[in-house]
Design a protein around this ligand. Structure first.
Ligand SMILES: Nc1ncnc2c1ncn2[C@@H]1O[C@H](COP(=O)(O)OP(=O)(O)OP(=O)(O)O)[C@@H](O)[C@H]1O
Length: 324
């Protein structure tokens, strides 16, 4: 899908700040503090994934940026427009993809997207709407009523609606919650295509795999605080651990004393030894693997196979958000 979505000038400014969140706090009526002094800059053309356990404050933050919830303190600008003082200009730059389609069951796909565009006061542009429907493979369904669409098609209508007014920033709230693996991959491709056109993407997700697969940067929220913001690659390099698994030729009852310095773990069935090491070390020097293999030989432990694995973002995430 080439240049279906975004107005082209965006491309020129990739990497410059698009959203600035400065000291944003939120205390709900009743006194619950859902956000504490959150500051964050999101750049044009990046995919930013916001992770955090249930109730961490993700939806609150997104709702504040989109102007749906008032912050108790702090400021948000979208492409330089204050999202309170200059609400209309800021909101016009944003497309929001909610989790579920509500309401318009009897409307057709075409009417739905046209209506959404109209809500932003944008002039009618059927050629643009045709392009987005074609890009989302909804064109053949344009005269179908929403209630007659499959779950996957409905998800695409949500994206088409959010894109109908040509936003430069797209928020996706749990974009693939409850969808099957095939559709999930399809949605990921759609999001990447949007990013490639210069649309800035912010997504919340519970699927760590989704962030691992797509995000350029990751922010982790925990109890209303932004506890970490990092490039995904750097995060995985820094916090990741590598694991070497050795499949043994004969099972062991326990790890031999001579191998104690390597802090090996023996699998429950005694058939495999697992060695964990820092992923910033290579496979050679520094990782201790050469020494370990030598020590295994000396201890008479023979193995039939070995493989390495990098810890996933999921493991990193769990270690970051676990309660102290
Ligand atoms: N309108 C409200 N009034 C009072 N408390 C609220 C309100 N909305 C949210 N909260 C509370 O604020 C906290 C953050 O909620 P929020 O919906 O932002 O979390 P979340 O990270 O999006 O969670 P989830 O992953 O479950 O969607 C929660 O403890 C929630 O109970």
């Amino acid at each position: 899908m080439t240049t279906a979505f975004a107005p082209s000038p965006i491309q020129a400014a990739l990497g410059t700040p698009m959203i600035r969140i400065d000291g944003v706090s939120k205390t709900y009526r009743g006194g619950f503090q859902a956000l504490k002094e959150v500051s964050l800059t999101i750049n044009r053309g990046e995919i930013f994934a916001l992770l955090g356990p249930n109730g961490a404050g993700k939806t609150t933050l997104i709702s504040i940026i989109c102007g749906l919830v008032n912050a108790s303190g702090g400021t948000v600008t979208v492409d330089g427009h204050d999202n309170v003082g200059d609400y209309r200009a800021a909101r016009e730059l944003i497309g929001l993809v909610p989790q579920e389609l509500t309401g318009e069951a009897f409307s057709t796909v075409w009417d739905t997207v046209r209506f959404s565009r109209g809500l932003f006061g944008k002039p009618r542009d059927d050629a643009y709407l045709e392009r987005i429907l074609r890009a989302l493979t909804l064109w053949d369904k344009r005269n179908n009523r929403l209630m007659a669409l499959s779950g996957g098609m409905k998800r695409r209508v949500l994206i088409a609606k959010a894109l109908s007014h040509q936003p430069q920033v797209l928020f996706l709230d749990e974009p693939t919650a409850g969808v099957d693996v095939e559709l999930r991959r399809e949605m990921w491709q759609i999001v990447r295509d949007l990013r490639d056109e210069g649309v800035t993407i912010i997504l919340t997700t519970h699927y760590i795999e989704e962030a691992e697969e797509m995000a350029d940067r990751i922010g982790v929220i925990r109890r209303g605080e932004l506890v970490l913001v990092k490039e995904k690659q750097a995060l995985m390099r820094q916090l990741g651990r590598k694991e070497l698994t050795l499949q043994l030729k004969a099972p062991l009852a326990s790890v031999p004393e001579a191998l104690a310095p390597y802090h090996l773990t023996l699998s429950e069935d005694g058939q495999a030894l697992i060695y964990r090491y820092d992923s910033s070390a290579g496979n050679g020097e520094g990782s201790g693997i050469a020494e370990l293999l030598g020590a295994l030989r000396e201890a008479g432990v023979r193995y039939s196979d070995l493989h390495t694995r990098q810890s996933s973002l999921e493991e990193i995430f769990v270690s970051l958000v676990k309660e102290p």
